[in-house]
Design a protein. Structure first.
Length: 508
């Protein structure tokens, strides 16, 4: 059943790497974070470890809650757009999508001590927040003419060695079963023990395969959300500390629509075109804890540190639904009474359930203030991606190869952030930059997957309420392999995602 998990990253159609490698990439996908929180902190690039006094502290460094002097609530809607040019077989295709979501909701109940009350314990604050930690929303498409092979060749390669009886009894792997039922692959004989198959794409008189026009759209949906319940305290207006309980939720979906058109004279070809559609839905719930401190020796400088435990997802459920539609020019040599138009799908595949443990992360930061004119903040986060682990419901060793691949091929990664805020009366201007390093020990496909984020923002802060706006622009490269074959075609995508964030909050 592991083959269904291997589709989560993107290579649903017989990925280039081993199944365990792709499953490891799924762990990376579900462990990643993006710039998140309120518009104020996103405008700063998320460099908040040493800051505090923002609702983002609830899910960031909970020690920041110790700075609150008033209770507060806020809501942060967000609107994102992506524009992703993809290169495939020398051809470039652009695609993207838009998405509206709620990036952050938060509520803080502050209970500070009045200044006239003595003692070094200065009170604290309790906070609850809903935070969109990482968005999966994206879409890309590619198109090109392949003169060498077809997806059906990959199907044939996978099917060879499987007895014909397995297809008759509907016990062959799901995709291959659909390819067989729609006549994309066919046995050389009707013998139950036949183990060799051929493709319906066909070849010319010299045995060269007909060229095919290949196009696919890959649409990602969902996000990683987290509820945090946090408390932060203030000791002597110098040492701030806090702890948080996080309840994490993953909702992830991917829909692939892959189409091939055979480019040949209609009098020569059997198959005209076919479309493979696959849908994968993943949902799961996890838990983590975090804690942090902020030390403020004076009004100019602050130091902060925080740590987030691994998130333990005790059950992830994976649902997989494939469909193939094939249209033929003629079917006489495929069998008796074979329709020219074929559609087959599988809707009753049993969901696969498994567990995941994500990396631990630790952050350290510094903030330097220039009186009431503003500040500069910077921090670094260290995440142990080589510690990610899959497990099964029954505690078996189904993922032993996957977990070994993670240990051997992944490494801890660094995320560095810097941001600043300029203040003038009630107005605020902000800017930031985020560098997210690669988790792979060795670069795959010679492709740099470093993620760069450029941020900017502005705001107005009044006695009873505030309004903030931010823009986050993210740039990174990704690779995709439609199917495994030699030579295997590959896609390179330049992902360009722009996110607009608005926050409104009130004090009470």
């Amino acid at each position: 059943m592991k083959y269904r998990i291997s589709g989560l990253l993107a290579a649903l159609l017989f990925p280039l790497y081993f199944v365990s490698a792709q499953t490891a990439d799924d762990a990376l996908l579900f462990s990643g974070t993006s710039v998140n929180g309120t518009a104020r902190f996103q405008g700063l690039g998320g460099a908040q470890t040493a800051l505090g006094a923002d609702i983002s502290s609830i899910s960031g460094n909970p020690a920041g809650l110790g700075f609150f002097r008033k209770s507060e609530w806020s809501i942060t809607p967000s609107l994102s757009f992506s524009n992703n040019p993809s290169t495939y077989l020398g051809n470039t295709t652009s695609d993207g999508k838009g998405n509206f979501n709620i990036a952050n909701l938060g509520l803080v109940f502050a209970s500070p001590k009045d200044d006239i009350i003595g003692g070094k314990w200065r009170g604290g604050a309790f906070g609850i927040s809903f935070n969109r930690i990482n968005s999966f929303q994206n879409q890309f498409a590619y198109e090109g003419v392949n003169n060498v092979n077809s997806l059906t060749d990959a199907f044939v390669q996978q099917a060879n060695g499987i007895p014909h009886a397995d297809f008759i009894d509907d016990v062959a792997p799901a995709r291959l079963q659909l390819a067989y039922q729609t006549y994309l692959i066919n046995p050389y004989s009707d013998d139950d023990n036949e183990t060799e198959y051929f493709s319906s794409v066909g070849a010319d008189q010299n045995g060269n395969p007909f060229p095919v026009r290949q196009r696919e759209t890959v649409n990602y949906n969902g996000a990683r959300y987290q509820w945090n319940f946090s408390y932060g305290g203030n000791y002597d207006d110098k040492l701030y500390f806090g702890a948080s309980l996080g309840l994490s939720r993953i909702r992830y979906g991917i829909t692939n629509t892959y189409k091939e058109n055979v480019l040949a004279d209609r009098n020569d070809m059997i198959l005209d075109n076919f479309t493979l559609t696959e849908e994968v839905d993943v949902a799961g719930t996890g838990i983590n804890v975090s804690g942090g401190i902020i030390y403020k020796p004076n009004d100019i400088i602050r130091f902060g540190a925080s740590i987030v435990s691994p998130t333990y997802y005790w059950q992830l459920t994976d649902n997989f639904r494939p469909t193939i539609t094939a249209n033929y020019e003629y079917t006489e040599n495929l069998g008796e009474d074979v329709d020219l138009n074929q559609t087959q799908s599988i809707d009753n595949i049993e969901p696969y359930e498994y567990k995941l443990t994500t990396p631990m992360s630790a952050s350290a930061g510094i903030a330097v203030f220039a009186g009431k004119s503003g500040f500069i903040s910077a921090d670094v986060t260290y995440s142990t991606f080589n510690s990610m682990r899959f497990n099964t419901e029954n505690g078996g060793d189904d993922f032993s190869e996957t977990n070994q691949y993670i240990r051997s091929n992944y490494q801890p990664a660094i995320t560095a952030r810097i941001g600043g805020e300029f203040r003038k009366d009630i107005f605020r201007l902000r800017a930031g930059f985020v560098y997210q390093g690669e988790a792979f020990k060795e670069r795959l496909d010679n492709l740099d997957r470093t993620r760069l984020n450029f941020t900017a923002g502005a705001g107005v802060r009044l006695e009873d309420f505030y309004i903030d706006f931010a823009v986050v622009h993210s740039r990174y490269n990704s690779g995709y392999t439609p199917y495994t074959y030699n030579p295997a075609p590959s896609v390179t995508t330049k992902n360009r995602i722009t996110n607009g964030i608005f926050s409104f909050g009130m004090f009470f």
